[in-house]
Structure formats: structure tokens, C-alpha cells
Design a protein around this ligand. Structure first.
Ligand code: COA
Length: 263
């Protein structure tokens, strides 16, 4: 993938892994509209890029993944502007990431608050360093999570815990997030990205076509009005028509490692 210059994010490609780093450390990587638009472009490019097998999203600096939506941008918004902010943000970034066909790992390296936790929750799974702090503090500002947080937090940690976290506007640390199932692993700060890359390497060995089908089927189970089991049946069937399936099964029978063509 050709390098592209952004103002608020860094994008690095290495050996099948695209790492996107939100880079506004002086604002604790708060998500302003420009950053959201740049992230949309970067995720879109990564998904189109045949060489990118996994995306890692993280924050720059030692303090924050993302400390939330940029409060200075919406402090004087009206009702309709508020609604538009949430709708556009969800479409451009949060749903976009959740439904990306390329796997996305969030490497949470510090504060993940408000929109920051919502972005981490939109990723397909999360790991965090031991200094991470997570929460949805919006009600302390007189607003509610608007980038999917009221839906994805209960899906990940259960309704009661989500109710408590949102109502109290509290932050939890990495070990509590691990216990809640909000994150899958905790590492030291130094180990966070190497560990994310290690997981990405494992993912890379598998069929990217089958992984995309699995993401679609898993997501379907969380969609109102969709039957995840039906989506699974259709997606399962489709796999039988792919070159990856032919290679994967052939390799098994020939007792060798598969070399997936990715189609
Ligand atoms: N939006 C806009 N700016 C933000 C921000 C946000 N969500 N979070 C942090 N910043 C800015 C601060 O205003 C400050 O900028 P300044 O130096 O120009 O004044 C800078 O980032 C550093 O933050 P600061 O508050 O000085 O760091 P801290 O270590 O004292 O506190 C936090 C860290 C995360 C506890 C605190 O920044 C915070 O509460 N942020 C808001 C979290 C939030 O409510 N997010 C949900 C938004 S809907």
C-alpha cells in the first residue's frame, strides 16, 4: 500500500499488518471530525488493500488510546446537530470498523474514554496495556454515549455492568476490564504492540475469505431483525465456492501447510 499523508493519524504497513495510530497526543488523541474522517479513509484503504490481512488501531503517546470525542467541537451543538454528529460518526467510523471485512484489533494503550472506548469496542477484539483506563463518562457531561456505546458495552460486558459503568461514569482499569470480558488480554506497555502483532500473525495464517465470512456471521447475531444462524448457513455455503476452501482442504489432505490465495 502506498504511503499517504494524514494530519491526525499515522499509518504504517508491515508484513501484512496495517497499524493505524491516532496521533493527537497533546489532546490525548481526542476524536475531532477531521480525525474521524481520516480514520474512515485509512480503514477503507486498508480493507481494499489485498496485502493487508489485519489492522491494528492504537493511540500515540504513553497516556491515551483516545480520551473521547473532542468535547470542544460539540459543546455548543443543538439537538439536530447532536443527532447528526452521532449518525455521521457511527456511519463513518464506528459501524464502519465493526463491519470491516478485514480483522481489526484495538491495542488500548492508556485512557479509552467515551468515543475512545466506543472505537475500541467497534474493533473486532481488544487487548490493553496495564496502564489502560476505560469508561463511558458521557453522563458526567450531560449527554449519553452516541457512537454505539449504549449498545456495544452491554453486548460485551452484560446489561447490569454496562448500566453501572454508564450511570456512574466510572473508569475501570485493565484487570477489571479483563475480568469483565471487555478486553481479551493485558500486557505491559512495551509488550502491547508486539503482542498485538503476534495475534495478527496467527490470524494471517488463516483464510482471509473465511475470516471475512466469520465476521459477517458473528455480527449478524447482534443485529436487530437478522437471524445470525441463517447468515451463518449462507456464509458457510459460500465458503465452499472459494479458492481458499479448495486450498485449505487440499493442504490438509496432503499433510502440508495451506498457501491461501485469499479469494
Ligand atoms: N476532548 C477535547 N480535549 C480533550 C479531551 C476530549 N475528550 N480529553 C482530553 N483533552 C485535552 C485537554 O483539554 C487538555 O488540553 P489542553 O492541554 O489544551 O488544556 C489535554 O487534552 C490533556 O488533558 P488533561 O485533562 O490536561 O489531562 P489529565 O491527565 O489531567 O486528565 C483525563 C486526563 C482523560 C482524565 C481528562 O483529560 C478527561 O477527563 N478527558 C475527557 C474525558 C471524557 O469525558 N471523554 C468523553 C467525551 S464525550
Amino acid at each position: 500500500m502506498k504511503a499517504r499523508v494524514y494530519d491526525n493519524i499515522l499509518v504504517d504497513f508491515n508484513n501484512g499488518i496495517t497499524t493505524i495510530t491516532i496521533n493527537r497526543p497533546s489532546k490525548l488523541n481526542a476524536l475531532n471530525l477531521e480525525t474521524i474522517k481520516e480514520l474512515h479513509k485509512a480503514f477503507k484503504r486498508a480493507e481494499k488493500d489485498k496485502d493487508t490481512k489485519v489492522v491494528i488501531i492504537t493511540g500515540s503517546g504513553e497516556k491515551a488510546f483516545v480520551a473521547g470525542a473532542d468535547i470542544s467541537e460539540f459543546a455548543d451543538f443543538s439537538v439536530s446537530q447532536g443527532e447528526k454528529l452521532a449518525a455521521e460518526g457511527q456511519a463513518l467510523l464506528f459501524d464502519f470498523v465493526a463491519y470491516l471485512s478485514t480483522p481489526v484489533i484495538a491495542a488500548v494503550n492508556g485512557f479509552a474514554l467515551g468515543g475512545g472506548l466506543e472505537l475500541a469496542m467497534a474493533a473486532h477484539f481488544r487487548i490493553a496495556s496495564d496502564n489502560a483506563k476505560m469508561g463511558l463518562p458521557e453522563v458526567s457531561l450531560g449527554v449519553i454515549p452516541g457512537y454505539g456505546g449504549t449498545q456495544r458495552l452491554p453486548q460485551l460486558v452484560g446489561k447490569g455492568r454496562a448500566m453501572e459503568l454508564i450511570m456512574t461514569a466510572s473508569m475501570i482499569d485493565a484487570s477489571q476490564a479483563l475480568q469483565y470480558g471487555l478486553i481479551n488480554h493485558v500486557t505491559t506497555q512495551e509488550e502491547l504492540l508486539p503482542f498485538a502483532e503476534k495475534l495478527a500473525e496467527k490470524i494471517k495464517r488463516n483464510s482471509s475469505v473465511a475470516i471475512a465470512a466469520a465476521i459477517e456471521a458473528i455480527n449478524a447475531g447482534f443485529e436487530a431483525g437478522e437471524n445470525g444462524f441463517d447468515t451463518e448457513i449462507t456464509a458457510f455455503g459460500k465458503c465452499f465456492g472459494t479458492a481458499d476452501f479448495a486450498e485449505g482442504t487440499q493442504a490438509f489432505l496432503e499433510k502440508r501447510k495451506p498457501n491461501f490465495p485469499g479469494k
